[in-house]
Design a binder for this molecule. Sequence first.
Ligand code: CO
Length: 611
Amino acid sequence: MVELHDQTLRDAHQSILATRMRTEDMLPIAEKMDEIGFWSMEVWGGATFDVPIRFLNEDPWKRMRDLKAAMPNTKMQMLERAMNIVAYWNFPDDVVRRFVGLAKKNGVDYFRIFDALNDMRNIEVPIKAVLEEGAHAQGCISYTISPVHTIERYVDDLLKLESWGCQSVCIKDMAGMISPKFADGIIRGYKDAGGKAPIDLHSHYTSGMTGLSYWAACEAGVDILDTSMSPISGGTGGAATESVVAALQGTKYDTGYDLAKLIEIRKYFMEIWHKYRHLIRQEAMKVDPSVMVHQIPGGMLSNLVSQLEMQKASDKFYLVLDETAKVREELGFPPLVTPTSQVVGVQAVMNVLFGRYEKIPKETIDYCKGMYGKSPGPIDPKIMEKVLGPNWKDEVIDCRAADLVPKDMWDVRKAELAEKAPSIDMTDENIMTYTLFPEVGLKFLLGEAIPEFTSDELPLNKDHPMTRAFVKSFFPELPDVYIETEPPEARQVAGPAPIPTEFNVEVDGEFFEVKVEPTGGYVTSSGGAAAPAGGGPDPNAPGMQKTGMQGNLWKLTAKVGDKVKKGDVVAILEVMKMESNVESDWDGEVKELFVAEGDMLETGAVMMRIE
Ligand code: CO
């Protein structure tokens, strides 16, 4: 018998519906899903912590408690990103342990733990914390294809996870690339080497091979397969639960689940699908076997496209694809999953635009130092020298990056929260929300988060708090989805609420904060270089320091009166979540600043005058 791990309430809507499914859409069907007898259900973790506080004005802790109460007979599972927990950066050990304890207390039974680089040091602490809580730890390997990712290596890692006490293990194929041969090889290899813990295969439909690979996995002795209810499956999502149940009926792998009951549940999710139809990208629903050639997962591909669009270099797309493969090899073949997909992708874009490793974002430097963990293969020494300098060997850390995070983070954040939000309850859950996401979390805890619209509310009234730019990002083909009654000028003068120019671009539930000019370009947040031309400094005059790329001005490292030399870092831009230095083109003294921190700067925008 094979059992299924249903992903509908986490991975499925994160992959296809931008993680936007609300708790109110989950609870009405929970009782029926609880009756199926799934091995477990993934309902929490990944982006389902970040998105509810950011976009839905929903408390993730309450969601977890409500789901647990509604499904008392099914094991509730969460996806835990090792030392990043449910965020995108490292936390100290005690915060990881506290989080695990709180998650368990709020209803999580099973913890699936993975690290993007398969650095076993990064997943040891969360696994031990789960075991100390008396919960179920499922240790994962992140699947990718490269000369250093051999079946033997995966089997060794799985056996190590089991030896640490993991009650089950998992092959996490987040990009949907696993072929029948590799599924068979790893599962059989693990069992033949004496692996006893139940083994779970997680995949996505991206390459179109999942059905075949699942069958090969069954034949190799897989214990658990990951699936999602059919209305939220396929494409970049997973395999359909009902289809897998039907396919295995009458075989020795039969799940024994009630197919008629599953079809009832299907009807319900067809309705939910409609509620979020504005989020569905047709391309995401298509099978894309090209992932097998360039190995770039779908989410990362669309991210590369949007980065190139922002840099006005869409014609360089195929060059960037080739460069991505090259950079990935030079950096020791990291699996292309957040955050390493960002490191590789942005470096590839910069290499194509400015010359190979001429511009190096801070994240590439951190990666080479080992701040994300140990690279799977060795990093090319020539690249190490380019990125970290001639003494690069001294720059590399030999401990976990989490060891370098301030140890008192919990107490510091707790004190900050008490000061910034004296009115809120200082529960451990609230302190944890703030610790994980200080900015977004605080806004949520203060009751300032605004729930986003659903398809049922379209078209939006012009007074709806969602920005025009945000709506436009979902409907690029439409001139305007608002009901417009006044000219924009009138709104700008009379409107009490300014139209925000910041919004989030997201790819598979990962966020990149971006500032935009709303449709029509009649509003800028702070003037600066994003303002329409006219009256600004002459960009071609001598001494004018310009940006090399479009990005958000994160930090000005030179101020008026500072003496700078050609090549000195005068500012740091944030380009799609990555830091990028602006180096001075001139020797001299900074005489005048035309921009302020926080400004959105176009490529070639004049930042300062150096004389
Ligand atoms: Co997944």
